[in-house]
Design a protein around this ligand. Structure first.
Ligand SMILES: [Zn+2]
Length: 339
């Protein structure tokens, strides 16, 4: 057997990474110490917590841990550090383009309001991009547990910052709550403002939630979308329209969406021609970063190097990166494969 190529050297785009969830565990401990925050044991154990988000209690527990981590981000310096470290980790894993997802609502109270929070985050992204050389952009995500009017306000804010690095609009949190179509106006505002519609769907609930994202929100990309695998017609639709699914295998296993890494239907989506962008989702809670997702495809699904290169190409093509950045990354992928 030929020596396996290093997946951390495979150029790729990272399209599914949440803000607080990108934090290094060691940074979380330092910030908790700085502010005298007593973290839940699950966050200090030194290994990823056991979560089971397939029921609402499990999801609630996951959100509680996420909130505890977020409560340690209090000052602009903390935000800058978080973003810089997320960029550094991505570069280490071969990422050439990162789109980080954030709901500024959660940070606004401590940072002086929504506008200052967005400004601080975008400045931090700018600085991290300059320091690390990694191309970075931001998706502003609404929370589906909140009122659709809040989402509309956020969409307007996101559009206002389109020329400052916001490229997309998302929708996150428990898919079992509320209907996608409740957020149709917010997504219309985002799309009309030139932003990419990238809501979460097909993670905690089945193919119907992916269809809702396509029909009601005119999604250009789907956060997760893996459970589309249960519906061949939907797979064909995603493939025909080349809608990229931001698939996060380690997250799926950590949250109990699938029992084992080999159960995540990477092959089904790949063979159906559905473009994927593998992502880490919340490495702080799930214990693995970007390259590890490709490692799962290799080890548990038998993806060959040419197939892994194709996955990387799909991530680049699904990104909001400008044409010249995409070309450079695609050339780098060819080089990885043939060099
Ligand atoms: Zn997510």
């Amino acid at each position: 057997m030929e020596h396996a190529r290093d997946l951390t050297l495979l150029p790729k785009a990272h399209l599914h990474l949440h803000f607080t969830g990108s934090m290094r565990p060691s940074t979380l401990l330092e910030l908790a110490d700085k502010y005298g925050v007593r973290l839940p044991d699950a966050l200090t154990a030194g290994e990823p917590p056991k979560l089971r988000a397939t029921d609402e209690r499990g999801w609630f527990r996951f959100q509680r841990l996420y909130d505890a981590a977020r409560s340690c981000l209090r000052e602009p310096d903390d935000i800058r550090r978080l973003v810089r470290e997320a960029a550094e980790e991505d570069v280490r894993d071969g990422s050439g383009w990162l789109e980080i997802q954030v709901d500024p609502t959660s940070y606004a109270p401590l940072l002086g309001g929504m506008i200052p929070a967005v400004e601080i985050i975008l400045d931090a992204v700018d600085a991290a991009s300059r320091e690390t050389g990694l191309g970075m952009r931001v998706l502003i995500a609404a929370n589906r547990m909140k009122h659709p009017l809040d989402a509309r306000t956020l969409a307007r804010l996101a559009v206002r910052y389109a020329d400052r690095g916001v490229v997309g609009f998302g929708l996150s949190n428990d898919e079992r709550r509320g209907m996608a179509r409740d957020f149709d106006r917010a997504f219309a505002i985002a799309r009309e403002g030139g932003l990419l519609a990238a809501p979460h769907g097909g993670e905690l609930t089945g193919p119907a939630s992916v269809r809702d994202c396509l029909d009601d929100l005119l999604a250009a990309r789907i956060g997760h979308g893996v459970r589309a695998a249960e519906d061949p017609r939907l797979l064909k639709r995603l493939a025909d329209r080349q809608i990229t699914c931001e698939v996060c295998p380690a997250s799926n296993v950590a949250l109990g969406v699938y029992e084992r890494p080999e159960d995540v239907p990477l092959r089904t989506l790949f063979e159906a021609g559905v473009p994927m962008a593998l992502g880490a989702d919340d490495p702080l809670l799930f214990g693995s970063r970007l390259a590890a997702q490709y490692e799962i495809a290799r080890r548990h699904h038998g993806f060959t190097d040419p197939e892994l290169a194709e996955l990387a190409r799909q991530s680049v093509r699904g990104s909001a990166a400008p044409a010249d950045v995409q070309e450079k990354l695609l050339a780098g992928i060819d080089h990885w494969l043939t060099g």
